[in-house]
Design a protein around this ligand. Sequence first.
Ligand SMILES: [Zn+2]
Length: 103
Amino acid sequence: MTDAADAGPDPKLVERLETVKRTLRCPHCDEPLTKTNAPPNPFSGWESPYLYICLNNACPYYVRSEETLAAQGVPGGAYRFVFDPLREWCGPVATKTLGTLRG
Ligand SMILES: [Zn+2]
């Protein structure tokens, strides 16, 4: 299986990443992000009281994360796309971390 990610950043993806703060949609699957409380975890370093997370189980970012982590020797791990509105930061958040805040 080949992946376009190896060819460099997708211009459309870069554009969407820049508009996440306005659209609040996942740049990977275009689904609306879900507002959620930030994990009370000092390790995460969140400064915002809440974060926007893509909870779409079909999101390519999420689906690919399992393969990526498995390739790195972390079977069963996964992460989702998250947007921190305070820092205007986009990145991965481990689903294990999410588990502690959604319960
Ligand atoms: Zn998504």
